[in-house]
Ligand binder design. Structure first.
Ligand code: PRE
Length: 376
């Protein structure tokens, strides 16, 4: 029988040789980086990599080994690129500055827009984030809020991006890619939904419940226990309270905040109706100004990828390889490109950090399209 220890000994010797050759190769890649720094040539040379992979595959025997060689050298060249991005950063080769660092967000004498009506959760988030002396106004849709900021009618917009029970607010993710706005802050609030009805209504009268789709989803367990009720989506929660008041129909109820109930003269028919008692919604604060505060510690980016195997893995490896902590990833379909996806990634860090610069340099160079959504 073949001796295991003997085989392992042989493997160890080969591995030492691989390590020696890997380091020798990396040293030469550093020379290549020096050439590229001096000439401004791009680190990624996709054609060169394609040729190399083809040639190296051709040297291997059998389909299994050919695939193995392809995977191995894809990795080796990806590592070589990452080292080169590091060297570019170390040599102070700066990508054009996309965002400017500021000590504080300008918050004096500002106008803020939110979607919905007064009493909406966006209003509550705005109140929580900004000082009392701001001017504010509300608009009907999230798109209107984005446009108000783009057109300079508002300095900041407050938009819900994610709920801990119902998940992401997909429409906001899509709008963030359409408008050239910048996330400058975030605010988490805990919506405490209640079921609201007319003062003369009781639970037995209810036939239809109105609210925003997210609030309906966040109270799905409670609603499932009342299969006799219809549900109807509305643009926002506070608007559904307003509707119940205006229609004056005792069979209608709204899911909204207690404050919205007070504002529209409605009675609380049921409380604690959220499926998750830790229910929280995260709002982002967007601005037209391309700025970030100096102690910002979260970065949001989105990127689109070529439809090839392993591209997402390679993109995320820039974050992992640079020791950054990825806190979130989402995907959304790219309109007009069936079954292709755009990825949204959040990770910890500040745009001044070298690790962040290296990761962003790699993602930008290797993705089909990429934009930093903000550092906040
Ligand atoms: O040949 C180059 O231009 C290199 O940068 C070296 C290398 C490699 O490691 O082989 C790395 C990155 C390029 O995309 C192509 C090849």
């Amino acid at each position: 029988m073949i001796d295991l220890l003997e085989s392992r000994d042989k493997i160890d010797k080969i591995d030492m040789e691989i390590v020696r050759l890997f380091e020798k190769r990396m040293k030469i890649c550093e020379d290549v980086a020096e050439y590229k720094i001096a000439t401004g040539k791009k680190v990624l040379d996709a054609e060169r990599e394609r040729q190399k992979l083809k040639a190296l595959r051709g040297r291997a025997h059998g389909e299994f080994n050919q695939l193995g060689i392809q995977e191995l050298f894809e990795q080796i060249m990806a590592i070589s690129r990452k080292r080169q991005y590091q060297l570019l950063t170390e040599h102070g080769v700066e990508d054009e500055e996309k965002l400017e660092m500021v000590d504080f967000l300008p918050l004096n004498n500002v106008t803020v827009v939110f979607q919905g009506v007064e009493g909406a959760y966006s209003y509550a988030a705005m109140r929580e984030y900004f000082d009392d002396d701001i001017k504010s106004f509300h608009v009907k849709t999230w798109r209107d809020a984005m446009e108000a900021v783009v057109e300079g009618k508002a300095d900041y917009g407050v938009l819900p991006i994610e709920n801990s029970t119902a998940g992401i607010v997909a429409g906001i993710y899509d709008l963030l890619t359409e408008y050239d706005l910048n996330i400058v802050g975030e605010q988490i609030i805990s919506p405490r939904h209640v079921l609201l009805g007319l003062p003369e209504a009781s639970l037995e009268d209810i036939r239809c419940v109105y609210s925003h789709s997210q609030a309906l989803a966040q109270c799905s367990k409670y609603l499932e226990a009342h299969p006799e009720w219809r549900t109807q989506e509305m643009e926002n929660t506070a608007g559904s309270a307003k509707k119940v008041r205006e229609d004056g129909d005792i069979t209608q109820a709204s899911i909204a905040s207690r404050q919205a109930g007070e504002l529209y003269g409605l009675k609380v028919l049921a409380e604690n109706i959220c499926s998750n008692d830790k229910n929280a919604t995260r709002f982002v604060i967007v601005s037209k100004k391309p700025i970030y505060v100096k102690d910002a510690n979260k970065i949001s980016v989105f990127f689109e990828l070529y439809h090839e195997s392993g591209t997402l893995y390679h993109m995320l490896s820039h974050i992992i390889y640079n020791g950054l902590n990825m806190t979130k990833i989402e995907s959304r379909p790219i309109p007009g490109k069936n079954w292709q996806y755009r990825f949204f990634v959040d990770f910890e860090g500040n745009l001044q950090d070298s690790a962040v610069k290296n990761a962003l340099r790699g993602i930008e160079a290797e993705a089909d399209r990429m934009r930093i959504l903000g550092n906040y």
